[in-house]
Design a protein around this ligand. Structure first.
Ligand SMILES: Nc1nc2c(ncn2[C@@H]2O[C@H](COP(=O)(O)OP(=O)(O)OP(=O)(O)O)[C@@H](O)[C@H]2O)c(=O)[nH]1
Ligand SMILES: [Mg+2]
Length: 307
């Protein structure tokens, strides 16, 4: 199951308290060491698109606290940092409104800073007070409430009504092994495939009223907000392909009008099933394609490799 949203609380480590202690010999000066720093929490981008799954069972992510300061001026150990892996394409929003995005594999950034350790009594020694009897406590680590949203960074997005043959095409032209069904809403979560280094995303079919929550709704359109090319699939079985096209365009517009400005290639899928009369929609060419027509699949592969 692809988890594309999660809410977590990150708690960086608390700083360890400084120590109050004195050398054992009579009149010995203060020798309490400083507490260790609390561990920081970082986000790190990985290519595993399933990485957000870990947060289903891990809502509170806590880094280690710093250790207490020791005697003989020994500092407490710093708390270990915690690195949370998240897929490339994750958007992070904090409750206070700060935003961040993981765009490249290996990228890291700080989510929550660990608290400073407290100073031990040795560090408060001064000519006017040679036997300080106090030490600092150590500071709280930062705590943040974060919303994580995965926007898959696909290059090409397959869109269309349910049952238009999107997943079948994805399986034909990429290494994907998406589920196919002769009924609407076979695809319940996005499928990804790769063609010559380009990532294709196949999302669940859209229907009229998706913006009001019908069908699987708009939830998945965020995955294609960043693609540079849309492959709009219309089934040759349809009584009214132009209307099918417009239904989907309307839903795109309601989600984000900028989606309409993306380059698109219109495909008339399942072209083996009907006589192909539709050549254009507006000024846009319509390309017939069938998973049973090898030449048409090859032609499509070529078009996508050139685009
Ligand atoms: N004859 C023929 N049937 C096809 C072709 N492509 C897909 N189909 C059939 O059409 C049906 C729907 O295919 P899918 O690929 O699951 O369609 P989809 O658009 O992904 O559907 P959703 O995930 O529900 O949105 C299946 O029964 C496929 O076997 C084609 O080129 N020719
Ligand atoms: Mg599908």
């Amino acid at each position: 199951m692809l988890v594309d949203e999660a809410e977590i609380i990150v708690k960086a480590g608390h700083g360890g308290p400084g120590r109050v202690s004195f050398r054992s010999k009579k009149g010995g000066g203060p020798n309490g060491g400083d507490g260790g720093r609390g561990g920081d929490i970082y986000a790190k981008a990985v290519t595993d698109i399933y990485a957000l799954k870990q947060f289903l069972s891990k809502k509170i992510c806590q880094a280690e606290d710093g250790q207490d300061g020791g005697v003989e001026m020994r500092s407490g150990a710093n708390g270990k940092d915690l690195i949370l892996t998240m897929p490339v394409g994750t958007f992070l929003t904090s409750e206070e409104g700060s935003e961040n995005e993981l765009i490249k594999e290996g990228q890291e950034f700080l989510l929550a800073k660990g608290g400073l350790g407290g100073r031990g009594n040795a560090s408060f020694r001064s000519p006017s007070n040679t036997t300080p009897k106090y030490a600092q406590k150590g500071l709280d680590g930062q705590e943040k409430h974060l919303l994580l949203k995965l926007k898959l960074i696909a290059d090409i997005g397959l869109i269309g009504l349910p049952n238009a043959g999107k997943s079948s095409l994805l399986n034909e032209i990429t290494n994907a092994n998406a589920k196919i069904g002769d009924y609407p809403f076979t695809t319940l979560e996005p499928n990804l495939g790769v063609l010559n280094g380009r990532v294709l995303a196949d999302i669940p079919g859209l229907i009229e009223g998706a913006s009001e929550g019908k069908g699987l709704g708009h939830k998945f359109l965020k995955h294609i907000e960043k693609v540079r090319l849309l492959l709009h699939c219309i089934s040759a079985e349809s009584d009214n392909p132009v209307r099918d096209y417009e239904i989907v365009r309307t839903e795109l517009k309601k989600f984000n009008p900028e989606l309409l400005n993306k380059r698109e290639i219109i495909l008339l899928t399942k072209s083996d099933l009907g006589e192909i009369k539709l050549k254009k929609i507006g000024r846009k060419e319509v390309i017939p394609v069938s998973i049973y027509d090898f030449d048409s699949i090859q032609a499509l592969t070529k078009i996508l490799s050139d685009n």
